[in-house]
Design a protein around this ligand. Structure first.
Ligand code: DGY
Length: 333
């Protein structure tokens, strides 16, 4: 007798090619209308599914996990980050968790570089001038719209994993000096290739950087890693860029410092209380002090299809009785 196809509940709309393949392989319950699932819908999903495919907008916390049915054996997240899932609680219930690492590295690094350029060079502000009121522009002037040069400046990367290193490769080509703080020192050959300087002390690195880029995951250990105290160590003409997770920076403290002119600017693709954005940050964006993006660091069609492919491979491998390639292990948290 043919084996029953696993019931795979997908919480959000995925690229068409990914959904088509999922329909072929699984008993896929898709969310083609893309209405985000509320708590009750997520509870219903974990009660019935063999496999849940959530993404960063779904809060799979201990309350949801506690309702998981007998059949739920795998949470194959359509995401790199897993801070929306109570992984410890899932693992304690014998539920495997996977993610989609590697395939959004280059796209996220591109967007990080875009913010590293956009903030000091006032890109969003400039683009806005032409589109909002072309009459306002009287032409080029020697002292108008001056930003800050990035060539030769010091970039401090907080979190030198795959994405941090991809940012470093790009930044080096733009003439930035690469500095980094990480849980582990990079192998000497990698450090040499990137001409990167390791700082064991995050405090000391922050105090000396012109631009700081946050590229570490959000875990209990990195929550508010850039705390109010640490932000105060930054030079007043420093810029902060964050394409990782809002929770890594104390956003209220950062906002206060931007308002007070104690830091030059920020480029943020992620927010502490996403999708809510602090109205004070929006005001600062209108004043040209910050560039805000709606969490689109990895938003390329190619990247999303690759993520879907990873999810499918993780489910298929697991269902075939093997270890899925992208298991989330307690040591990663
Ligand atoms: C992820 O997958 O964790 C990213 O934040 C999506 O951009």
């Amino acid at each position: 007798m043919a084996r029953r196809k696993p019931l795979v509940v997908v919480t959000r709309k995925l690229p068409d090619t990914v959904e088509t393949r999922m329909r072929e392989l699984f008993d896929a319950r898709l969310n083609v209308d893309d209405v985000p699932m509320d708590h009750a819908a997520l509870v219903e999903a974990v009660r019935t599914a063999d496999v849940l495919v959530p993404t960063v907008t779904d809060k799979i916390d201990s309350a949801v996990m506690s309702q998981a049915g007998e059949n739920l054996r795998l949470i194959a997240s359509f995401s790199n980050g897993v801070d929306h899932i109570d992984v410890a609680s899932a693992l304690a219930r014998g539920i495997t968790v996977t993610n989609t690492p590697g395939v959004l590295t280059e796209d996220t690094a591109d967007m990080t570089m875009a913010l590293i350029l956009a903030v000091p060079r006032r890109l969003a502000e400039g683009a806005q001038i032409i589109t909002s009121d072309p009459e306002e522009w009287n032409g080029w002037a020697p002292t108008w719209m001056l930003g800050r040069r990035i060539w030769g400046k010091r970039l401090g990367i907080v979190g030198m994993g795959r994405i941090g290193q991809a940012v470093a490769r790009r930044a080096k080509a733009f003439g930035l000096q690469i500095h980094y703080h990480n849980r582990r020192h990079l192998p000497a050959a990698t450090e040499e290739a990137l001409e990167a300087t390791y700082w064991d002390s995050l405090d000391q690195m922050l105090a000396r950087m012109d631009i700081v880029s946050v590229n570490c995951p959000h875990t209990p250990a990195t929550y508010h890693l850039l705390s109010a105290r640490r932000l105060k160590l930054l030079k007043p003409d420093a810029y902060v860029v964050n394409t990782a997770r809002g929770e890594v920076i104390d956003e209220n403290a950062l906002t206060r410092m931007l308002e007070a002119g104690e830091i030059a600017g920020a480029g943020l693709d992620v927010f502490e209380h996403e999708p809510a954005v602090n109205p004070k940050l929006v005001k600062l964006a209108r004043q040209g002090k910050v560039v805000l993006l709606p969490h689109m660091g990895s938003a390329t069609l190619e990247g999303r299809i690759d993520m879907g492919e990873k999810v499918i491979v993780n489910i298929k491998t697991f269902m075939d009785g093997h270890r899925p390639p992208d298991r989330v292990l307690p040591s990663m948290l």
